[in-house]
Design a binder for this molecule. Structure first.
Ligand SMILES: Nc1ncnc2c1ncn2[C@@H]1O[C@H](COP(=O)(O)OP(=O)(O)OP(=O)(O)O)[C@@H](O)[C@H]1O
Ligand SMILES: [Mg+2]
Length: 172
């Protein structure tokens, strides 16, 4: 199948979560393709932002492309520093040079079993600040701290180079 969007004009009920709406599905054929898609999503999510913090939960198995997506997403918002996965430090933040948002937080919950460690780091304040954009890898592990309105980027392995990327928004 060709790289690109399908379902993009149709809002479908998420098959597993009744309160989630699938906005689009994108078939990526390469890391560069995923990076391009992530940049578009960064511009789109910040464009339609409604004065609330932007929280993006990144789901997908090891090596799916969560960090690849986050790096390109951040780059599109003017983060020039190469963003490395914060697996050991848990959380990193980068200053943004765009209107409406000041900081991009990159959180990696791979080593967590629940949200306790993030609470100690002040996650509730971070998620409550409307100037923040927060991307969370392995967000399934800290589902209890995600705000009601958040985006889910789910990346599925199709083959070595192919990924199916689903963008879902919690219903508001
Ligand atoms: N279509 C694709 N999109 C994204 N990455 C791809 C694609 N095809 C191959 N890859 C490769 O898959 C790997 C994705 O690694 P990445 O660190 O982004 O995954 P991750 O989901 O963050 O993994 P982890 O769970 O370890 O944090 C990279 O080596 C990348 O080059
Ligand atoms: Mg990663």
């Amino acid at each position: 199948m060709e790289a690109g969007f399908f379902d993009s004009k149709i809002s479908l009920k998420h098959p597993h979560k009744n309160d989630m709406i699938t906005r689009m599905t994108y078939l990526s054929h390469s890391p560069e393709d995923t990076q391009r898609f992530a940049k578009e999503q960064a511009l789109e999510l910040t464009r339609i932002g409604n004065g609330e913090p932007i929280v993006v939960a990144l789901e997908g198995e090891l090596g799916a492309g969560k960090t690849t997506f986050t790096q390109a997403f951040a780059e599109a918002l003017g983060v020039h520093e190469h963003l490395k996965s914060p697996t050991f430090v848990l959380l990193k933040h980068y200053e943004l040079r765009i209107t409406n948002y000041e900081f991009l937080y990159h959180i990696d919950c791979y080593r967590l079993k629940d949200s306790q460690d993030l609470k100690v780091l002040g996650i509730e304040e971070i998620l409550g600040n409307s100037k923040n954009i927060v991307l969370i890898e392995w967000a399934e592990r800290v589902a209890d701290i995600l705000p009601k309105n958040h985006w889910v980027i789910h990346i599925d392995h199709i083959s070595e180079q192919e990924r199916n990327i689903t963008v879902t928004k919690s219903d508001d």
